[in-house]
Design a protein around this ligand. Structure first.
Ligand SMILES: Nc1nc2c(ncn2[C@@H]2O[C@H](COP(=O)(O)OP(=O)(O)O)[C@@H](O)[C@H]2O)c(=O)[nH]1
Ligand SMILES: [Mg+2]
Length: 310
């Protein structure tokens, strides 16, 4: 089944994270009794797994409570950790909703290499499968290769690409693309952007200009502004969220490259710290490798527990 395919890919991908985590936990839990020093060591393990200090502390409080109720096994500890992680993630796991007013504009932002262009294509495919009409905009005019990359995806998915020459003003392009989308009646307009310019200031200025130009058409546009984060880079994702939050109001996150990372725990820390919706996760390089974020599947895969449905 389709679900099994992506879930096993997620589990395989998170194996590096879960193996490290379970091995470290096994070393700490040599007895069934839990004392203060065991809890401290466990907290360190969770922090080392990129979950952040607040999320780690929250998980420890729960384990401490449970530990006094009954004797604890390692399996119990893992179950408790996964339940607690699921609880942290659940309020932020919701799908990306497309509003009825056409076109729903989605501005894709993020650092170079995180997977913006690929995720733009994946989202286009996702909406296309729902029977929606989609167009993509090659807003990364900074590099010719970026325009070509999106063109290849547009050809593959058989969807229109709206583009200009390299070096063109992406705000002007976004404006024209919007008019085109209205004329053609597209349901969704996905705007890819550059992740690197000469300086952070020029990048910030460019993104704000795109946003401003769209808001001039109507203040609710873009309806979505999605930040794409690469889970592989771990802790540095925190600084990226902070930087882009200073640029624009982010409406949601997409975490990529969860098919092969030892830093999967960062998703927990990001959710806890920024309290932004996590709409989907990337588990591969193909168009179909984008999946809605399921907190329970994710939490269990992260600590190496069996999928409850298998
Ligand atoms: N394994 C894996 N690779 C990904 C994923 N998302 C993107 N990539 C790869 O990451 C690289 C950079 O992606 P790209 O979309 O060009 O990033 P951009 O610079 O942010 O536009 C490409 O080789 C993609 O195929 C993912 O979820 N998993
Ligand atoms: Mg790109």
């Amino acid at each position: 089944m389709l679900k099994k395919g992506w879930l096993s890919r997620l589990k395989d991908g998170l194996q590096k994270t879960s193996e490290k985590l379970t091995q470290n936990i096994a070393q700490v839990f040599t007895h069934t009794k839990i004392d203060e020093s065991t809890l401290e060591e466990l907290e360190d393990i969770l922090i080392q797994a990129d979950m952040g200090t607040a999320a780690a502390a929250q998980i420890i409080v729960k384990i401490k409570k449970k530990a006094f109720e009954k004797e604890f096994s390692r399996e119990n500890v893992l179950e408790t950790i996964s339940e607690e992680i699921e609880g942290i993630l659940r309020p932020y796991a919701y799908p990306l909703e497309i509003l009825p007013k056409k076109p729903h504009v989605i501005l894709m932002i993020g650092v170079n290499g995180t997977g913006k262009t690929t995720t733009t294509a994946k989202l286009a495919y996702f909406f296309q499968k729902q029977g929606k009409t989609v167009a993509v905009v090659a807003g990364d005019t900074f590099r010719a290769a970026a325009i070509e990359q999106l063109q290849v995806w547009a050809n593959r998915l058989n969807i229109p690409l709206i583009s200009r020459h390299m070096g063109a003003d992406p705000a002007g392009l976004a404006y024209d693309a919007y008019q085109e989308a209205v004329k053609m009646g597209y349901d969704v307009l996905l705007i890819d952007t550059a992740g690197r310019l000469h300086t952070n200031e020029t990048l910030m200025f460019q993104l704000q200009k795109i946003d401003r130009v769209l808001k001039k058409i109507s203040p609710e546009i873009p309806q979505s502004c999605l930040l794409v984060l690469d889970a592989m880079i771990g802790q540095n994702t925190y600084a990226q969220v902070e930087f882009f939050q200073k640029c624009l109001p982010i409406t949601g996150l997409i975490m990529t490259k969860l098919d092969g990372t030892a830093r999967g725990g960062v998703v927990v820390g990001i959710a806890e710290r920024f309290k932004l919706p996590i709409h989907a996760i990337g588990v591969g390089e193909d168009a179909e490798d984008l999946h809605p974020f399921h907190p329970q599947d994710f939490a269990r895969a992260l600590v190496g527990l069996k999928d409850l449905n298998s």
